[in-house]
Write a protein that binds this ligand. Structure first.
Ligand SMILES: Nc1nc2c(c(=O)[nH]1)N=C([C@H](O)[C@H](O)COP(=O)(O)OP(=O)(O)OP(=O)(O)O)CN2
Ligand SMILES: [Zn+2]
Length: 147
């Protein structure tokens, strides 16, 4: 399980790390236009997080693999995503769609990375919602790392 190749992202960094994990969560898209997805339903989301940087920390890590999983898994696993403060029923820019969940994951990871001394960056989040549907989120270069 969890072994597949992902679209790669071009970047200027010497080190790149990837972490795969999954989490089970329910959601609904609070808009009629979303059709069946406006009804509450669940997925086993599969995520691949890509982090890059030039500097390692005091133990030779870009960042601990397990910490990346913990940050996201502990927050979202076995939850109703609509209840999380990162999402909002009344603002379509914050509905828990695959696109917005991927962006949210990237932002949460980056918030943590910004607290570290070696300051790596999250450059890609691959998020699979169903066996046939996935999204990729990449922050604009200028947003988290040099353009
Ligand atoms: N651009 C997006 N489109 C859809 C999203 C989304 O987040 N972004 N979400 C949904 C639903 O939540 C649904 O869970 C996934 O839909 P879909 O891929 O259509 O699911 P199926 O398993 O039914 O796909 P099939 O390939 O037809 O079996 C919908 N759209
Ligand atoms: Zn769904």
């Amino acid at each position: 399980m969890l072994q597949q190749m992902y679209p790669s992202v071009t970047h200027p960094f010497q080190f790149e790390l990837n972490k795969d994990f999954h989490f089970a969560a329910a959601h609904y898209i609070p808009a009629e236009a979303a059709g069946q997805c406006s009804q509450m339903h669940g997925h086993t989301y599969f995520a691949n997080i890509t982090i890059a940087g030039n500097e390692l920390d005091e133990v030779g890590f870009l960042v601990n693999f397990s910490l990346i999983k913990k940050l996201i898994h502990d927050r979202f696993d076995h939850t109703l995503l609509n209840n999380d403060s990162k999402f909002d029923q009344d603002d379509s820019a914050r509905f828990p769609t695959s696109e917005i969940i991927a962006k949210t994951i990237c932002n949460l990871v980056q918030e943590h990375l910004d607290t570290t001394l070696n300051r790596p960056v999250c450059i890609q989040v691959f998020l699979r919602e169903t066996p046939t549907s996935y999204v990729i989120y990449r922050p604009k270069a200028g947003e988290s790392y040099g353009s």
